[in-house]
Design a binder for this molecule. Structure first.
Ligand SMILES: C[S@@+](CC[C@H](N)C(=O)[O-])C[C@H]1O[C@@H](n2cnc3c(N)ncnc32)[C@H](O)[C@@H]1O
Length: 221
């Protein structure tokens, strides 16, 4: 049976459609909430966990001024697309892309090297989000931040309507809702706290999307 939380991200058409929908998914609402909750608006080193086609990393160079980026994803097809996009904004030696399945593999990255870690529309797809977030936290420098963007529960009709507008049929959208919108904003807030992030903030960017940030203070693991 299909995993209703997750699409086949190795499919080249999905890679393309995710890239094409980036500006809609990361529009004005996203950037305004992002700028509102972020503490350091100019992170030097950025990592995206579940980077897909890499366009948030491209924007972290163009909009935030990042000088080096790391992208992790289980889909080699996504990472190939990410590399192509990223080479338009950074030299090869400032780009590190790694094929990693967060459900089964360790993230190969030293501790305390990242200023801003991010994941967008990924956490609902991962089997053990707490384990992933604890690992993400170890990669952060002292005072480094993690930002999480994902679908949230509570507005099934708005979610279904939006999915229909994007071409999904209604029964699929209804079947996917409990899997893609499995967490409330409070659930995600608690998850960040449980993973050891401090000063956790959250905002709704839309009726069925939320963004959160947490910081790793000096000395924390
Ligand atoms: C909905 S896409 C979002 C991609 C990107 N963050 C964006 O917003 O454009 C989810 C991404 O997470 C990746 N992903 C899902 N589960 C994963 C896992 N267990 N390990 C690594 N990557 C995973 C998928 O391959 C896919 O690229």
């Amino acid at each position: 049976m299909d995993n209703l939380a997750k699409a086949d991200w190795a499919d080249p058409e999905r890679v393309q459609s995710l890239a094409e929908s980036y500006n809609r998914r990361y529009g004005v609402d996203f950037w305004s909430a992002f700028c509102d909750i972020i503490r350091n608006p100019h992170p030097d080193v950025v990592a995206d966990f579940g980077c897909g086609p890499g366009l948030f990393l491209v924007d972290s160079v163009k909009k935030l001024g990042a000088t080096a980026v790391y992208g992790f994803d289980e889909s080699g097809e996504m990472l190939s697309q990410a590399e192509e996009f990223l080479l338009t904004v950074l030299p090869q030696n400032k780009i590190a892309l790694q094929k990693t399945d967060f459900d089964d593999e360790q993230i190969e990255l030293e501790s305390s090297v990242i200023n801003l870690a991010f994941s967008g529309y990924v956490i609902h797809e991962v089997k053990n989000p707490l384990k992933l977030l604890e690992r993400v936290k170890r990669t952060l420098c002292p005072n480094g931040e993690y930002v999480l963007l994902d679908f949230i529960s509570g507005k099934p009709e708005a979610f279904v309507q939006a999915m229909i507008e994007q071409g999904m049929d209604e029964s699929q959208a209804r079947a996917r809702y409990p899997h893609m919108c499995k967490n409330s904003l409070d659930d995600l807030h608690d998850l960040l706290l449980e993973a050891g992030f401090e000063e956790v903030r959250h905002r709704k960017t839309h009726s069925f999307r939320g963004i959160l940030s947490g910081v790793k203070r000096h000395g924390a693991d």
